[in-house]
Structure formats: structure tokens, C-alpha cells
Design a protein around this ligand. Structure first.
Ligand SMILES: Nc1ncnc2c1ncn2[C@@H]1O[C@H](COP(=O)(O)OP(=O)(O)OP(=O)(O)O)[C@@H](O)[C@H]1O
Length: 719
């Protein structure tokens, strides 16, 4: 049953439902017969001065944010500190202007904020007065209803008193969201987050996913807001169900549970890494701030008891990694296997999950989803829990697949039309793995396929550059970038943990504090590194590609490819950690002779003949190389010492475990020599450390300057 998506601001006309050819559902018929009652005050007299300032009237317009909150949800957003009369006048002029535009057929969603001062005629004023009286009456009536209709467990927090901070919120800045017809409580959170307009991927995906009930395949550059492009439709659907249930309860005085059962898993979002799953959770919680929806991460590294406790709370939305999710689902975790009420199945960074071996787990998870092309009744036969799933909660499940680099074959839609894939279909049957997963997840042939990736796929404001150098000098050029160029947060990407360990050790010896992130770290250490990096606005994170995908850390100004990645996709995701949400950012690749072929294919895959050279000031390099020479010697000695200590400890540990009495087989003379060597190297280490300390105590100066004290004043002498 393709139920028409109701909107929070619908017009009086009840949306017509498109009835599927299948036999009708008495329950749905009963629901259909009920009078449709939008959640917002209606203006009965059609020619009344419209309060709507959003999309065209046929679809129902929008109240402005503060009118919704005041009129409907008992929220008081204080007017900005300006002359109230003027604001009122400006607003009614705005609405008058919009009404005029609507009559001219102009889409008022893009109504011009600088409304021309129009003369407000007497009739409008009298309508305004009548409207005001009616609105107050409505408000009282709705407030009464609110008490009876919206009980707290329906999840709408109707008495949110939110300090949006009137001085910094000009509601006219948020009109761009009107066209997406999102619920006021979502708009409220968006407004508070300061998101002035939807990003292109959100504009393109939300109508299809939230109001047309479609499956979506979305691809857009990194940092373009894909998380909310799938997150907002999920929350919108839950709010609409609850609101509809609330209206029904108002009409019939029954329990809301009957219409909008809570405690069911409604959305399952799968992300490739723990960090990304936690980040998606945070983003969703931020926009779900004013509604009672539980969003829970299911990732490795969280204690099993904690995980069980979280699931016992029966979250409506679960965000997890494939491994951990499958581990719990295959163990029969109740909340995760009762999927009959699932309305959304989301794959975030879908191609990454396929690449790094999660394909099997993903397929197993998908194979547990009830087949989405059954009618509502068939699903109900699979209901294992005692809680019935209301008829509109049994709407078709929507599948949303997102990434910055989703590669779809041109005839993907045709393949979808071919009907569901044979269970054992191998990957070689003309479907790539994303398409296979999408089809197995029940993606329908009318899916909205939205690819906003620009030819280079990279963020528009990303400056890409490279530095050519010797492999052994990469650490020196990295030191230069961090000390001379460095501004804001920097992420340094390596492909190997050995390289990561080398440069993080060198940088620490040079007095630069770095955090590291790689797959061999314990979960707790990884999360701590991420937190510290986020806390420090000039933080430096040295990471392997585990951090490449999806991580959204604000203020990352520079990405350094210390070692080039193995694929163009990984390069895109690495570089996408900066220049997010239309911010500026730069990515710098260190290219040695080993990297030339990889670099050439990278340039080819982005159809770029070459990246721009990074504007290096070579005059700094002599000083830089001097410091690096000392640092490398110190690193070599300390590494050798720690290796010898580790070997000795290992030997002692193992010999004591087998009660073997150990004695040194070195001769007296050898032992004396060893001791002398140790003394010499510790003296050398001390000397090197002192020399380096003097060097780094001075700011890094370019070699072209020589400071001389002359006749009581400083004068620079150029060589
Ligand atoms: N409409 C918006 N206006 C401004 N900022 C937004 C908007 N939507 C999301 N953001 C912010 O933009 C940043 C990037 O969002 P998000 O992580 O969803 O991008 P993404 O496309 O998923 O990136 P990636 O491909 O790296 O996963 C986040 O900090 C998010 O809070």
C-alpha cells in the first residue's frame, strides 16, 4: 500500500491514498475513513490572509518557525530585540508579498527576504485581526487537545522550551528548509544547529525518501551532508506516524500504542567503521533533540553488558558496524532480529563496506530482513513479538544507500526492474557489489538514484597540491608543513602502521604533539585519540585509512598524504576529511620516486593533467633538515634501546615461565664492552637531545635571514 506521506503542515484536503491492487486492509480502510486533521491550525476561510510562507499552496504552505512553535507546540521563542510593531508589520508585509507571489504562481519558498515595504490595506488589517483572534482560540483548543492527544509516550515533546538564542537567530535565514516540508520539531533542531539551508544532496534526497516513500541511492562529495540526507527522512516518518496516531487518539480516545507502537526497531543504519557509526549517531541525536527517539550505536569495543542495556531500552534507531551487528543478530539478540517493523535500512559509505570484506556479513544481515515486497498482512505473520505493528508502520521498508563514491552501472535501474536477485547470484553476473546489496535489500525499481558527485568527486573548495621529495625526506617536508604552513587541524595519512609509528615518533621528538589512529589500536584508545584531536583546534592526527571514511571532524584545514593511497576512492575519502560543508581546505601529497606511477594514475582518474605544486619556501629547508637529522639519530638510538629492552624482557619472561635459570653466556670482556657501549650511546643520546632542544627553542627561520646585532639595533642582512 503506497500510503501518501502526510505532512505536518498539510492543507485541509485529506491526501488521497493510492490503493495498491492487492486486497484492501480493513484496518487501513478504517483509518482512511477518519477525518484528516493536520497538526497545525487551519485557516478556514480560504481567502483569509495566509500565514503560510512556504511551498505552493496546493501542497500546504508553512508557518514561520516561531509561529509554529508559539501556535502549536507551546514553545516561546522570544522575538528578536527589535521593535515588535516593525517585526509584525514586516512579517505581515512578507506574507502579503508571498500571497502576491503565490497568486503570480511564484514559488514562495524562495520568497525574497528583503520584502519591499508594501502598503497594508484596511481589509488585510481586519483579516489579520480576525486571524489573530481565531489563532488564539485555536491555540487554546489545540493546547487542550495537546493535553489529551499528545501523551508523553507518543514521543512528541510538546513543551520544549528551547533557548534558541533569539539574538543570533534570524528566522528569515532558515526559509530555505521550508520546501522540504520537515516537521517543526526537526526544523527547530536544524535552526539551533545553525544549518541555514539544506545541502544539495539533502535537497535532492529528502523529498524522495521522506515524502514519496522511495528507496534512494545517493552519491555526493565528502562533507556534503549525506548523514542528514538519510537521517531526516527517518525522523520525519517517525514523527508523522506519532502525530497521526495522536490525531486518531484524539478522535477515538484510544491508546496511541495501538497506532504507533513504540519500542520497535524502525531504522537500521550500517556504517563501515566504529568511528563513523558513532558519528552518525551523534548527528542523528543532534537533530532528534526535541523528539523522544532513541538512537543507539552497536559497535565493537563497547562492553557487551552496556550493549545489552542499550538494546533493552528498545531504541527505534540502531547505527552499527556490520561485524558487531551480525554477531548480535546471529546470536538472536531480540531487538535486532524482530525486523518486521523496520521502515528504513541504510547503508552509509556502502562501497567501503563491500571493499573491506564486510560483504558476507552484510549479505547475512540483509537476508534477515523480511522480504519488503510482501503486503502488510504477510509481514504481520512474521510478527514474533506480542506488540502488533500498526498498519502504517508496516508501510514498505525503504532502502537508502549512500557514499561519496558509489559506482553504479548505467543500467542499474534496468537490473532493478528485472526483479529480485536470485539468492545465489554471484557477483560476476553483471552486478557490482553495491548493486547486489541494494537489490538483495529489496531496493525497488522506482528508486531515486541521485548522483551529485562532481567529475572530480572532490569537495569544491578543496585545494589539491603535491611536493616532490626523496622518500627519506618525507618526514622533513611533513615537519615543514606542520610548522610553517600548519593552521587548524591536520590529518596525516599513511598506508602502513610502520610509517605511522615512524613519523609520529619523529614528530614527538621534535616537540610536536600528535595523536595516532590505526586499526591495531584498542577501541578505547581510538576513541580517546579522536576526542583529543577534536578538542584541540590545531591538533595533528596521524592515521591509516581506517580514519579515511566519513569521519566528520570540524576544522580540519589540511590533509597530508604522507603515503599515497592504493585507490582513487581512498584518496577521495582522505581528502574529504577537509573542505567539508563548503569550508576551505587543502590536501598535500608527498610524492617520492616510489609514488610516481600511483600519482600518475591518480591524476588520470580525476582527469587532471597534474595537481598544483605546493608553494614551498625552500629557504626553510636547511634549518628543517638540521633538526630532522638530530631527531632521526635520537629516534634510532631510542628505538634500538627499546628493542633491546623488549627482547630482554621477553627472554626473561619466557625463561622464568619455564623456571629456566638464565645466566649470561657473554665473557667478562664482552660484558664490559656491552656496558661501555650502553654508556656511550646514552651520552650520545643526551648530547643530541640537548642540541635539538636548543634548535627547537628558536622559531624556525628561513635561511635567507641572518640576525646580526649592529650598533644597538637589529638589522637583517640578506645573503
Ligand atoms: N544543511 C547543512 N548545512 C550546514 N552544515 C551541514 C548541513 N548538513 C550537515 N552539515 C554538517 O556538515 C558536516 C558534514 O556532514 P556529513 O558528515 O553528513 O557529510 P558526508 O557527506 O556524510 O561526508 P562523508 O562523505 O565524509 O561521510 C557535518 O559537520 C554536518 O553537521
Amino acid at each position: 500500500m503506497e500510503a501518501a506521506a502526510a505532512t505536518a503542515n498539510s492543507s485541509q484536503r485529506k491526501p488521497k491514498r493510492k490503493r495498491a491492487s492487492a486486497k484492501s486492509d480493513p484496518e487501513l480502510d478504517r483509518l482512511d475513513s477518519l477525518p484528516w486533521n493536520s497538526a497545525l491550525p487551519q485557516n478556514d476561510d480560504d481567502d483569509a490572509f495566509s500565514l503560510f510562507i512556504g511551498s505552493n499552496e496546493l501542497e500546504g504552505g508553512f508557518l514561520s518557525l516561531e509561529e509554529i512553535d508559539e501556535a502549536e507546540y507551546g514553545l516561546s521563542i522570544p522575538e528578536p530585540e527589535v521593535d515588535k510593531r516593525k517585526t509584525k508589520k514586516k512579517k505581515s508585509e512578507q506574507n502579503e508579498n508571498v500571497k502576491k507571489q503565490q497568486q503570480d504562481g511564484v514559488d514562495s519558498a524562495c520568497s525574497d527576504d528583503t520584502v519591499v515595504e508594501a502598503e497594508l490595506d484596511e481589509s488585510l488589517k481586519s483579516k489579520e485581526k480576525k486571524k489573530k483572534k481565531k489563532k488564539t482560540k485555536n491555540k487554546k483548543k489545540d493546547a487542550r487537545e495537546d493535553q489529551t492527544v499528545e501523551p508523553s509516550d507518543a514521543g512528541l515533546d510538546t513543551n520544549v522550551k528551547d533557548d534558541i538564542g533569539e539574538e543570533d537567530v534570524d528566522e528569515t535565514e532558515f526559509y530555505a528548509w521550508n520546501e522540504l516540508r520537515l516537521h517543526p520539531l526537526l526544523l527547530k533542531a536544524i535552526c539551533k544547529l545553525g544549518f541555514k539551508e539544506p545541502t544539495p544532496i539533502q535537497k535532492a534526497c529528502i523529498p524522495a525518501a521522506a515524502h514519496q516513500g522511495k528507496d534512494v541511492v545517493g552519491a555526493a562529495e565528502t562533507g556534503s551532508g549525506k548523514t542528514l540526507a538519510f537521517g531526516l527522512p527517518i525522523l520525519q516518518r517517525l514523527l508523522e506516524e506519532r502525530e497521526k496516531a495522536g490525531n486518531m487518539v484524539g478522535e477515538r480516545g484510544e491508546e496511541p500504542e495501538k497506532y504507533a507502537s513504540t519500542g520497535l526497531l524502525r531504522a537500521l543504519i550500517i556504517a563501515p567503521t566504529r568511528e563513523l557509526a558513532l558519528q552518525v549517531t551523534d548527528h542523528l541525536k543532534a537533530v532528534a533533540k526535541h523528539i523522544n527517539v532513541r538512537v543507539t550505536p552497536i559497535v565493537g569495543g563497547i562492553l557487551a553488558e552496556k550493549q545489552e542495556r542499550l538494546l533493552k531500552a528498545k531504541p527505534e534507531i540502531v547505527v552499527g558496524t556490520p561485524g558487531r551487528l551480525w554477531e548480535l543478530m546471529s546470536a538472536g539478540e531480540k531487538h535486532l532480529v524482530e525486523l518486521h517493523s523496520l521502515s528504513f535500512f541504510v547503508l552509509d559509505e556502502a562501497d567501503r563496506m563491500v571493499q573491506n570484506g564486510h560483504f558476507k556479513e552484510l549479505q547475512s544481515i540483509i537476508d534477515m530482513l523480511p522480504m519488503s515486497n510482501n503486503s502488510a498482512e504477510d509481514n504481520s505473520q512474521h510478527v514474533q513479538s506480542c506488540v502488533t505493528v500498526s498498519s502504517y508502520q508496516r508501510k514498505k521498508r525503504q532502502t537508502l544507500v549512500f557514499s561519496a563514491t558509489v559506482a553504479l552501472s548505467s543500467d542499474f535501474r534496468k537490473k532493478l526492474k528485472r526483479g529480485s536477485i536470485k539468492q545465489k547470484q554471484s557477483l560476476t553476473d553483471g552486478l557490482n557489489s553495491i548493486e547486489t546489496l541494494s537489490e538483495r535489500a529489496g531496493m525497488r525499481s522506482n528508486a531515486a538514484i541521485i548522483d551529485l558527485t562532481n567529475p572530480s568527486i572532490l569537495a569544491t573548495k578543496l585545494e589539491e597540491s603535491f611536493i616532490e621529495c626523496r622518500e627519506e625526506d618525507k618526514d622533513a617536508y611533513l615537519y615543514y608543513i606542520l610548522t610553517v604552513h600548519g593552521q587548524g587541524r591536520t590529518i596525516v595519512f599513511c598506508t602502513s602502521i610502520a610509517a605511522l609509528r615512524h613519523i609520529s615518533s619523529i614528530l614527538r621528538i621534535l616537540g610536536i604533539n600528535v595523536w595516532t589512529l590505526h586499526a591495531q589500536m584498542q577501541q578505547r584508545a581510538r576513541l580517546k585519540a579522536m576526542d583529543r584531536f577534536r578538542e584541540n583546534e590545531n591538533g595533528i592526527l596521524v592515521a591509516t585509512d581506517v580514519a579515511a571514511r566519513g569521519l566528520d571532524i570540524p576544522g580540519v584545514r589540511t590533509v597530508v598524504h604522507y603515503q599515497l593511497p592504493h585507490s582513487a576512492e581512498v584518496y577521495v575519502h582522505r581528502s574529504g576529511r577537509t573542505a567539508r560543508a563548503s569550508a576551505e581546505g587543502c590536501s598535500i601529497a608527498l610524492i617520492s620516486s616510489r609514488d610516481t606511477s600511483k600519482f600518475a594514475s591518480l591524476c588520470k582518474s580525476f582527469s587532471k593533467d597534474n595537481f598544483q605544486r605546493f608553494p614551498l619556501e625552500n629557504s626553510y629547508m636547511p634549518e628543517v633538515l638540521k633538526r630532522l637529522s638530530l631527531a632521526r639519530q635520537i629516534d634510532k638510538i631510542t628505538r634500538k634501546d627499546s628493542q633491546e629492552k623488549a627482547e630482554k624482557n621477553w627472554f626473561d619472561r619466557n625463561s622464568s615461565s619455564v623456571e629456566l635459570v638464565t645466566e649470561s653466556y657473554d665473557s667478562e670482556e664482552e660484558q664490559v664492552n656491552k656496558h661501555k657501549q650502553m654508556k656511550a650511546s646514552s651520552r650520545q643520546l643526551k648530547k643530541l637531545q640537548e642540541d635539538l632542544k636548543i634548535l627547537i627553542s628558536r622559531p624556525l627561520q628561513s635561511k635567507t635571514f641572518s640576525h646580526r646585532y649592529l650598533a644597538g639595533n637589529w638589522r637583517y642582512i640578506y645573503f
